[in-house]
Design a binder for this molecule. Structure first.
Ligand SMILES: *Cc1c(COP(=O)(O)O)cnc(C)c1O
Length: 386
């Protein structure tokens, strides 16, 4: 069984000039993975558990993968404090598949569990795509939107108007492209309506009270592992109430009943998430992640707050711990910043095309010293270009 050392005894300190040949990777997704995890995976791809067979070559119903599955679920439940009346399932199709799988199961008109309508909080690009897909299955009520200011803020509870009895309320806890994040679950929601969350880009970045949710989904490639698997945590009653009149593979109950092994699952991706969960555990769990992530973000936000050259694009009260978006005074300087940064060993800083400027994604696995180094690079860049 693999275990990872706690941070105090860890000797892994990647740096832009480290002999490992790796650089600081600020990619928004797929994102950086812990070095300990990659090194363990290198071994297990060749031969896992002394079986003489690599992790990708084992039957998904054999003993070795049973072990991988059981440990991933156990660690997931322990780290996340997942109550017993929730199932955790591993699916494919990315978070984007959940944009339609959620309404298909929970909202479809005239079918069990579906009220025929759902409420959506429209706070960014991904939320918008979720709305679009949900509209195929019923009436979507947009409870609030921040599109008037290019999604640079999270609307207040007072500005959020729910419909009387939606099948569920859906929100995006962290808006990856615009760098905004909900501080807590949306308030003043209609009573007894399940809360559904796209947590793709801040899943397990801080403690989360699962019991407040009906369903949480997260594509793994931001904070949990590699692309190819989506984690869905869903309450038992919603699985039971879900639409039955659709393909078995799209019903949550199928995967819940068969332990995410109804058909061949993305074994390697789940194995990798399992290692990342062990790494999170070794770091001290979600409270430690929150502390680590707050410190990393502070390095960079402190530069933005003390600069007349750089400007953060998200309103301070809505700022994300995971995706830090900023600009220089001109687009030409933005381009120069990205180019110079790349030369100095900082990759992936160009902002999404719909937001422009720069974006530093500092997911769980991103090393604190990389955030500190970027802050210093920003100060130096301002001095020579400001
Ligand atoms: C990246 C991302 C998605 C899209 O994920 P895919 O796995 O590519 O479908 C959806 N929602 C959020 C919040 C994201 O960050």
């Amino acid at each position: 069984m693999t275990t990872f050392a706690s941070p105090s005894s860890s000797n892994v300190a990647p740096s832009a000039s480290s002999s490992s040949g790796r650089i600081f990777n600020f990619s928004a997704g797929p994102g950086v993975l812990p070095e300990e995890v990659l090194r363990q995976a290198q071994q297990d791809v060749w031969n896992i558990d002394g079986s003489g067979i690599g992790v990708m070559e084992h039957s998904h119903r054999g003993k070795v993968i049973d072990r991988v599955w059981d440990e991933a679920e156990r660690d997931l439940r322990e780290i996340g404090g997942i109550p017993a009346n929730y199932k955790a399932i591993w699916l494919t199709g990315g978070a984007s598949q959940q944009f339609f799988q959620v309404p298909m199961n929970l909202m479809s008109q005239g079918l069990a569990g579906g009220g025929g309508s759902a409420d959506y909080l429209l706070t960014g690009h991904w939320a918008k795509l979720a709305v679009k897909e949900a509209q195929r299955f019923g009436a979507v009520h947009v409870a609030c939107t921040s599109e008037d200011k290019n999604f640079s803020y999270i609307p207040t509870a007072a500005a959020t108007k729910y419909s009387p009895s939606p099948a569920y309320v859906h929100y995006t806890s962290n808006n990856t492209i615009f760098g905004t994040e909900f501080r807590s679950e949306p308030a003043n929601r209609p009573a007894n309506v399940p809360l559904v969350c796209d947590m793709s880009s801040n899943m397990f970045a801080k403690p989360v009270d699962i019991s407040k949710y009906g369903l949480i989904y997260a594509g793994a490639q931001k904070n949990l592992g590699p692309a190819g698997v989506t984690l869905v945590i869903v309450r038992d009653d919603l699985i039971e109430k879900g639409n039955t009149n659709m393909p078995a593979l799209l019903q949550y109950r199928t995967h819940a009943k068969d332990g995410s092994r109804h058909n061949t699952p993305p074994v390697f991706a789940v194995y990798m998430v399992g290692l990342v969960l062990k790494w999170i555990k070794g770091q001290g769990g979600l409270a430690a992640m929150a502390q680590r992530n707050t410190l990393k973000a502070k390095h960079i936000y402190d530069v933005l707050d003390s600069s007349t050259f750089f400007k953060g694009t998200a309103e301070p009260a809505s700022r994300s711990l995971m995706n830090i978006c900023f600009r220089t005074p001109t687009e030409a300087l933005d381009d120069k910043f990205v180019k110079d940064a790349k030369g100095a060993g900082f990759d992936g800083l160009k902002g999404h095309r719909s937001a422009g400027g720069m974006r530093a994604s500092v997911y769980n696995a991103f090393p604190p010293e990389g955030a500190k180094a970027l802050a210093q690079f920003m100060r130096d860049f301002e001095r020579t270009n400001g």
